[in-house]
Design a protein around this ligand. Structure first.
Ligand code: PEP
Ligand code: MN
Length: 375
C-alpha cells in the first residue's frame, strides 16, 4: 500500500511548492532543550549553543506527553522567555505547535520557526485546522513524520500546509514507533526518508537524531547516517543539565557533548566532479545497470514459471500455498546467500517479496473464470 502511494506521488506532478531561496539556507539545525523549563535553564543552554552556525534554538512550550501526570510544558509564559533568548543571544528560535491556538500565540511572540510534532501529523483534522490558521502567514514550518510508518500521511500533512501557502516548508524524520524498535527509541526506517527525498528533492529534510536514538550513545551514528543520506540538517535535544530535565532526560546531551558529536561527524559531498572519480563511477554504474537488466530478465522468467505452476495447481485443485516447498526455497536461498556473503535478513525480505508476488499471481489465476482463461 505504502509503496503504491509513493509510486503514485512520484509519478504525479510534484505537488509541493518550496521557496527555493529559503531552502538554500540549509543546513537547518535545531539544537536546544526538549522543553522550555525556566528562563535560567533556557539561558544556560542557549549561551553554550549560540555560536553553532545555523542553529535554530529549539524548545518545546506545549509538550505532547503520553501520560497526564508528566510535565506538560510551561505553555504560553515560556514564549516570552524564548523571545528574550532570541534577543539576548541573537538566535533564531523554534517551538512545536499542535493547535491553532498555539499557532496564534507563537506567531504573536514572533517565534521564527515552528514544527508540527509526530502526534499531530497523524491527525488530518488537526493538520487541516493548523493549515486553515496559516492562511496568509509567512513562517517556516517543519513537519515531523507521523508516529506510524505511513509515508502518505506524512506527505498529506506536508501538502495540507503547503496548500495553505506555506512555501518555507521542511520535513523532520524522527523515526517510527513500532512493536519492536530494536536498539532505538523510534525505528528509523531510513528507506521512508529516502523515498520522501526522492519524491520531493527540493524539500528540506532534517533528521531528529534524538527521538530516533532515545539515548545519547546512539546519536553520533544516527546523525552520521543522516549526513550520509544527504539530509539537510539535524535536530539534537540539548540541555545544560540533562539529568535535571523535565522531559526526555534520558536522551538529551549537554552542549559540550553536542559539540563533540558535531565535530566528529564526517561531512560528505553530494557530488564529486573529479574526472577519475566520475569515470570510475560511470563504469561501475554501467555494470550495475547490466546486473539489473539480468535480474529483471530472470525475475520475469521466474514469474512465468510461477504462472505455469499456478495453472497446474488450479487444474489439479491444489492449494496455492505449499508450506514445505516455501520453507525449502527459503532455506536454499539462505544457504546460498550465506555461501556468497549476502546478508540473511536481506535474503528473507527479498524472498518474502518474491513469494508474496508469486502468491498474488497464482491467486489471480485461481480467480480467473474459464471464459476469461479461454479468451
Ligand atoms: C519533541 O521534539 O520534543 C517531540 C515531542 O517530538 P516528537 O513529536 O517527534 O515526538
Ligand atoms: Mn523531546
Amino acid at each position: 500500500m505504502q509503496k503504491l502511494a509513493v509510486e503514485k506521488s512520484m509519478k504525479e506532478e510534484k505537488t509541493l511548492k518550496i521557496d527555493e531561496a529559503w531552502a538554500k539556507q540549509k543546513p537547518f539545525h535545531f539544537f536546544g532543550p526538549c522543553s522550555a523549563e525556566s528562563p535560567e535553564q533556557l539561558a544556560a543552554t542557549a549561551k553554550q549553543v549560540a555560536d553553532i552556525e545555523n542553529n535554530i534554538f529549539r524548545a518545546g512550550v506545549w509538550k505532547p506527553r503520553t501520560r497526564p501526570d508528566s510535565f506538560q510544558g510551561i505553555g504560553e509564559d515560556a514564549l516570552s522567555w524564548l523571545s528574550e533568548i532570541k534577543a539576548e543571544y541573537n538566535l533564531k528560535v523554534a517551538t512545536e505547535v499542535a493547535h491553532p491556538d498555539h499557532l496564534e500565540k507563537a506567531l504573536k511572540a514572533e517565534i521564527d520557526v515552528l514544527w508540527i510534532g509526530a502526534r499531530t501529523t497523524v491527525n488530518p483534522f488537526t493538520v487541516q485546522a493548523l493549515a486553515d490558521a496559516l492562511q496568509g502567514v509567512d513562517v517556516p514550518i517543519f513537519i515531523k513524520n507521523p508516529i506510524n510508518p505511513d509515508l502518505s500521511l506524512w506527505i498529506g500533512a506536508l501538502e495540507r500546509i503547503n496548500k495553505a501557502g506555506i512555501t518555507k516548508l521542511g520535513a523532520i524524520h524522527r523515526g517510527f514507533h513500532l512493536n519492536d524498535n530494536g536498539p532505538y527509541r523510534n525505528m528509523p526506517n531510513w528507506n521512508l526518508a529516502v523515498q520522501l527525498k526522492a519524491a520531493y528533492p527540493n524539500l528540506p529534510l532534517v533528521c531528529d537524531a534524538s527521538h530516533i536514538s532515545g539515548r545519547p550513545k546512539l546519536i553520533p551514528q544516527v546523525a552520521q547516517k543522516a549526513l550520509d543520506l544527504d539530509m539537510d540538517g539535524l535536530m539534537i535535544e540539548t540541555h545544560h543539565k540533562p539529568d535535571h530535565a523535565l522531559s526526555d532526560k534520558q536522551q538529551q546531551v549537554t552542549p559540550k557533548q553536542l559539540k563533540i558529536i558535531l565535530h566528529e561527524l564526517v561531512e560528505k559531498k553530494s557530488a564529486c566532479f573529479d574526472q577519475e572519480f566520475q569515470s570510475q563511477l560511470e563504469l561501475l554504474r554501467a555494470k550495475i545497470d547490466k546486473v539489473d537488466d539480468d535480474l529483471m530478465d530472470r525475475l520475469a522468467h521466474r514469474m512465468e514459471i510461477v504462472k505455469q505452476i499456478g495453472k497446474y495447481k488450479k487444474e489439479n485443485q491444489v492449494t496455492i500455498l505449499q508450506l514445505e516447498r516455501w520453507k525449502e526455497i527459503m532455506d536454499r536461498a539462505l544457504k546460498l546467500g550465506d555461501a556468497l556473503g549476502v546478508e540473511g535478513d536481506f535474503i528473507k525480505d527479498f524472498y518474502n517479496a518474491i513469494h508474496d508476488e508469486s502468491i498474488r499471481q497464482q491467486t489471480l489465476i485461481q480467480n480467473q473464470s474459464h471464459d476469461s482463461q479461454d479468451a
